[in-house]
Design a protein around this ligand. Structure first.
Ligand code: FES
Ligand code: MG
Length: 565
């Protein structure tokens, strides 16, 4: 049974008076008793001038509201924090848990029978879903959708894989000042989320695979009319969820749903951030993402989606090729199709609507995959006792087995100051090591893992090198880059013991990353006194520093997980 405005009437002890007061105040906004006596669907309003990715949120919310009303419910928008990647200092990851707390508490505080979650820019959907999972009220995710592609001198451009590639060419001197300015106006030609298989697209795809959004929700371009119809349909569906009070997040986000999501994450060559966010969402429901299982899935499941940065195309092409439903159909043997979804049935129903698009090459068949194995591998070794990841689908194959000399940067600032120094002792065969850029170290685990190629090497034509860190990397980036090393250096992890000139061996086939220095020497280094780290003394920064978990636990705050540690 839905409870509408009656939900959570405890504030004044006298429930009758509390309801009377609520009605009196909401009527100030012009609502009638008829309007108020209905299931209430909250809609998270994540529009912000600082978040152009959510620029279509107002129209999308209008469509969701229409759907809610057509189905006999009352839509109620409410704002939550909005996190736009390029405007989130020090990092968007630092703010994700704040948004999750905001969303969870507003879902608990305000009377609503279900919620439609609007978002899309990288951290926003994971944050809101973490909050909804903890509050456990019926929820449906409505992504804002990807941007359409840009064009420049006959070339198709996409944010932000091509941002990095073209900026790299600018650094190397082959694109001048005027042209790079022109390009900056063409990389992101519409509202919506980055249209490569970056973190935003990755999260939208795996959320659809989790069964938390309607079929096709992930890939319909943001400016398309179909996106609004998806919003309207999601609004209608939210009323059904509100009325039945069935299919709460805890009933949908089960171990089999997470396994399905991991299959899709591998098959799309998705962002490495995806596994961190999945771990965080799972942690809200007494579950742990098993990194070994993720790796095993990756050995079986091929990359089928031909999107940048692993492939060639963009999200709108993925959509026109059949989107997530078509992908799920190809992946059927790997999936648990009985998993329930917000649409009311099972994941199997998503396959049933999959459209066949003759001649499309964006979603490959299992017989002709883009890559034989999945996008991401999990490595361990004496450098990463609790694991780390590499997106080998977007790496240079020849570097996947590589032994090289360490060139160490002790912090992001150190890296920024010295990486382009013409006197830096570095060759293309070296391994670039970045320390103190993990969850506690930076703080907030910034996307600094994509260390730039030192300018003098870039100018000499070097396109890729082995780079390792406890940081993250944008899902839109390309390179032989080992990330999320846990435990991080700032938490006493062995990455912090690496010194210039040490030898590091990367062996992706063997799933190993090792520092070839004997243990006695590492023990000696570990015993050396360390410079005291600056520790925040107040506010959110202190909360973050004191309670953030390592990458393998999703970088959630320990006390926010269902285990509450
Ligand atoms: Fe918002 Fe890429 S910056 S999705
Ligand atoms: Mg990103």
């Amino acid at each position: 049974m839905t409870s509408g405005l009656r939900k959570g009437l405890t504030s004044y002890g006298d429930a009758g008076f509390s309801l009377f007061l609520r009605k009196a105040f909401i009527k100030a906004a012009g609502y009638s008793d008829d309007a108020l006596d209905r299931p209430i669907v909250g809609i998270t309003d994540t529009a912000s001038d600082f978040n152009p990715c959510h620029g279509n949120a107002p129209q999308l919310i209008e469509a969701i509201r229409r759907g809610v009303m057509l189905a006999g419910g009352l839509p109620m928008n409410f704002p939550t924090i909005s996190i736009g990647e390029s405007f989130a200092n020090p990092t968007s990851m630092y703010l994700r848990n704040l948004m999750a707390m905001d969303t969870e508490e507003m879902l608990r505080a305000q009377p609503m029978d279900a919620v439609a979650i609007v978002g899309g820019c990288d951290k926003t959907l994971p944050a809101a879903l973490m909050g909804a999972a903890s509050a456990d009220i019926p929820a449906i995710v409505v992504p804002v959708g990807p941007m359409v592609v840009g064009h420049h001198r006959g070339e198709v451009l996409g944010a932000c894989t091509d941002c990095r590639r073209l900026w790299g060419q600018h650094r190397a001197g082959s694109i001048g000042e005027a042209e790079i300015e022109t390009i900056s106006g063409r990389l992101a030609p519409s509202v919506g989320t980055c249209m490569v298989m970056g973190t935003a697209s990755t999260m939208a795809c795996i959320i659809e695979a989790l069964g938390m959004s309607l079929p096709y929700s992930a890939a319909i371009p943001a400016p398309h009319a179909e996106r609004l119809r998806n919003g309207e349909a999601s609004g209608r569906r939210a009323v059904a969820l509100a009325t039945s009070q069935a299919r709460r997040p805890s009933e949908i986000l089960t171990p089999r749903a997470f396994r399905n999501a991991m299959v899709v994450l591998q098959a799309i060559g998705g962002s490495t951030n995806g596994i961190v966010h999945l771990a965080a969402i799972a942690g809200r429901l007494s579950q742990r993402i098993d990194l070994e299982e993720f790796d095993r899935i990756g050995r079986e499941v091929p990359v089928l989606v031909d999107l940048k940065p692993s492939g060639d195309h963009y999200m709108e092409h993925f959509h026109h090729a059949g989107g997530v439903p078509k992908l799920l159909k190809e992946l059927a043997p790997f999936l648990d199709l009985d998993a329930p979804t917000v649409a009311g049935g099972t994941l199997g129903d998503y396959l049933a609507v999959a459209e066949e698009v003759p001649g499309q090459t964006v979603i490959r068949s299992r017989a002709a995959p883009l890559k034989e194995t999945g996008g991401t591998a999990v490595l361990r070794g004496n450098l990463a006792p609790d694991g780390c990841v590499i997106k080998h689908a977007a790496a240079t194959p020849a570097l996947l087995q590589h032994t090289g000399r360490a060139v160490v940067f002790e912090s992001i600032e150190d890296m920024t100051t010295r990486i382009d120094d013409p006197d830096l002792d570095v060759t293309a065969d070296d391994v670039l090591v970045l320390q103190n850029a993990g969850p506690k170290g930076a703080p907030g685990m910034p996307e600094a893992g994509y260390l730039p190629i030192p300018k003098k090497l870039a100018r000499a034509g070097v396109k890729d090198m082995v780079r390792i860190s406890d940081a993250r990397m944008s899902g839109t980036a390309f390179g032989t880059i080992v990330l999320h090393i846990a435990p991080e250096s700032a938490a006493g992890g062995p990455l912090g013991l690496v010194r210039n000139g040490d030898t590091i061996r990367l062996d992706v086939a063997a799933r190993r990353i090792d520092l070839l220095v004997d243990q006695a020497e590492l023990d000696r280094r570990a015993a050396e006194p360390r410079a005291p780290r600056h520790a925040p003394t107040r506010g959110y920064a202190k909360l973050f520093q004191d309670t953030v978990l390592q990458a393998d636990r999703g970088c959630d705050f320990g006390f926010l997980t269902s285990e509450g540690e």
